[in-house]
Design a protein around this ligand. Structure first.
Ligand code: SAM
Length: 218
């Protein structure tokens, strides 16, 4: 059974015993999300309006940090996230992520956890969330995106989602000039991105990871 644990920055993550894998870095869940997806993804990609696609909605932490960090900026964001095995609402309700997300954290957390699956729901006139219950490996993804958050379980734990077919799909749905970010820096992931039209940059990773990938679609 999944277990909620506290990571080094005080924020929660979930441990999946069957995979021997965590949802986030044990060196700091919020710290990792903030650096990989918010600073190096959202902060780098200036498109407005911005269409984001996330692989692995999980706890909704990346959506939470995206929405709260954008309040001041007034950028228009359409955030689509796919999740194969949604966490139970009882687990989500226990998470403390909103405490790390500023004074709008609780309001946004409540919106995200209560949002229905399948359609865009409006938080404000600048942030729209669509949670899709689906399988990134099997399903067709509709739409085109400017920024991709690839937040699947690690390539060693879930190699089938870091596959040629999935990266072809990612390439098809990413606009030219669009940005892809992930916490992994694995050589095979870089190779798949290059093969599918991305220019890959290695950046310093969050605590516990030497490097991470940011890639730009040509
Ligand atoms: C590393 S966790 C995601 C962390 C998440 N972004 C968060 O902030 O909590 C990986 C997520 O990918 C989901 N997942 C695994 N295989 C998937 C698939 N084939 N399609 C969509 N989601 C998948 C898992 O259920 C899990 O929630």
């Amino acid at each position: 059974m999944n277990q909620i644990i506290i990571t080094s920055d005080g924020s929660h993550t979930i441990f999946v015993p069957g995979l021997n894998e965590h949802y986030h870095s044990i060196h700091g869940a919020v710290q990792e999300s903030s650096m990989v997806y918010i600073e190096n993804g959202l902060g780098f990609c200036k498109t407005n309006p911005l269409n984001i696609f996330e692989v692995g909605f999980g706890t909704g932490l990346n959506a939470l940090l995206t929405a709260t960090s954008m309040y001041a900026e007034k950028r228009i964001i359409y955030y689509t996230s796919i999740e194969k095995d949604p966490l139970s609402i009882n687990v989500i309700n226990t998470l403390n992520h909103w405490r790390f997300a500023g004074n709008k954290g609780k309001k946004v957390f409540d919106f995200i956890r209560n949002a229905e699956w399948g359609e865009f729901e409006e938080l404000s006139n600048t942030f729209f969330l669509r949670k899709i219950k689906g399988d990134m490996i099997k399903d067709n993804i509709e739409g085109k995106f400017d920024l991709v958050f690839f937040d699947a379980f690690g390539p060693d734990k879930q190699p089938e989602i870091w596959s040629k077919e999935v990266f072809e799909k990612i390439s098809e749905i990413t606009n030219a000039g669009g940005i892809f970010v992930t916490y992994s820096a694995k050589g095979e992931v870089r190779r798949l991105l290059r093969k599918n039209g991305f220019v890959v940059t290695l950046l310093p990773g969050p605590p516990g990871k030497r490097e991470m990938i940011r890639a730009t679609k040509q």
